[in-house]
Design a protein around this ligand. Structure first.
Ligand code: PEP
Ligand code: MN
Length: 347
């Protein structure tokens, strides 16, 4: 941290800043220049918060040389983190896992049929919400605990890993009993109590970007989980709010390489919520893989037109199968492969 004093700052104002830094438990280092004085802070471990100094008399600005997040940063850990689920599916390497399934678990037949079809097409994990964070309280809220049992049945039938959302602290432990990966949704990205709790559940976490969250806020949310001792975190771009209602969200493809530059954590992409329009999902998914996404999350339903939530953005069996075939080619062109599938060229 470096405090830049105003050109007209008095010696007394510089001294007051030095005293404030001492009061924070650090050593002030005044650096007089020809135009202005700067005051350095010796011993900054990246956690110094100089917000109150910004408003002091004679202060022009406060510069921070470290990122506000630490454990999530590449500075802290230069090599990429590999996140591995109990079934062996791993994120962050050359293989790109596809997590697919319906928005919500609706009944046993639906989730088992969905599991079979996404596995057949090439997915290695099944998604499906038991507890749904719906914008309207009148919309389908998910089946709750019975849906977790249905997910366990789908897992037993297919061997697919289960990815499902923990909506609140009360239900998180129950979710973790069944889930191979606990999802924290966009609406909960800044639910710090929940983040702390999932950090202690001992299961890998899929943390989705909030719909109005900056990249820094996403990484700070991950920091809450890491800080509890759980390093198994996969981040996920799922679209952010834009001004044009033509798509549900604006799918921020640039967030993929940007997060990968700033952080060692794997970065997944959810083109389904990202664009929210069924016909546009395949193009957004292809773009995500081309941009280097470490995993994909795609909504697929045996009968999308009958889905109880998000049917409008959900792919049916044929469209999903075609998409996976295209993704294999793109993955291969970027030196990677789709997890569980041989390279496209060897077909
Ligand atoms: C979901 O994955 O179904 C979901 C609710 O996503 P998000 O939290 O990104 O809206
Ligand atoms: Mn959904």
């Amino acid at each position: 941290m470096l405090v830049m004093m105003r050109r007209d700052a008095t010696a007394g104002q510089v001294q007051a800043v030095c005293d404030a830094i001492s009061a924070m438990g650090f050593t002030p280092l005044p650096l007089p220049g020809t135009v202005r004085t700067a005051v350095g802070l010796v011993g900054d471990d990246g956690q110094a918060d100089g917000t109150h100094i910004e408003a002091m008399a004679g202060v022009a600005s406060v510069l921070y040389d470290s990122k506000p997040y630490r454990q999530a940063s590449r500075e802290w850990k230069p090599e990429k983190t590999i996140v591995t689920l109990a079934t062996g599916v791993s994120f962050g390497g050359d293989e790109i896992p596809i997590i697919a399934g319906p928005c919500s678990v609706e009944n046993e037949a639906q989730i088992v049929a969905a599991a079979r079809l996404v596995k057949q097409a090439g997915a290695v994990a099944l998604r499906g919400g038991a507890y749904k964070p719906r914008t309207s309280p009148y919309a389908f809220q998910g089946l709750g605990a019975p849906a977790l049992e249905m997910l366990a049945i789908a897992r037993a039938e297919t061997g697919l890993a289960i990815v499902t959302e923990a909506l609140d602290e009360a239900g998180a432990e129950r979710v973790a009993e069944v889930a191979d990966m606990v999802q924290v949704g966009a609406r909960n990205m800044q639910n710090y109590a929940l983040l702390r709790l999932v950090g202690r559940l001992g299961k890998p976490v899929l943390l989705k970007r909030g719909m109005s969250a900056t990249i820094t806020e996403l990484l700070l949310a991950a920091e809450y989980v890491l800080n509890e001792g759980n390093g198994q975190v996969v981040l996920c771009e799922r679209g952010i709010r834009g001004f044009d209602g033509a798509t549900r969200n604006v799918f921020d493809v640039s967030a993929i390489p940007l997060v990968q530059k700033q952080s060692h954590l794997p970065m997944a992409a959810d083109p389904s919520h990202g664009v929210g329009v069924r016909d546009l999902v395949p193009a957004a998914a292809r773009a995500a893989v081309a941009a280097g996404a470490d995993a994909l999350l795609i909504e697929v339903h045996p009968e999308p037109d009958r889905a109880k939530s998000d049917g409008v953005q959900t792919l049916g069996p044929e469209a999903f199968t075609k998409l996976v075939a295209d993704l294999r080619v793109i993955a291969e062109a970027t030196g990677r492969s789709i997890a569980g599938l041989p390279a496209a060229a060897s077909r």
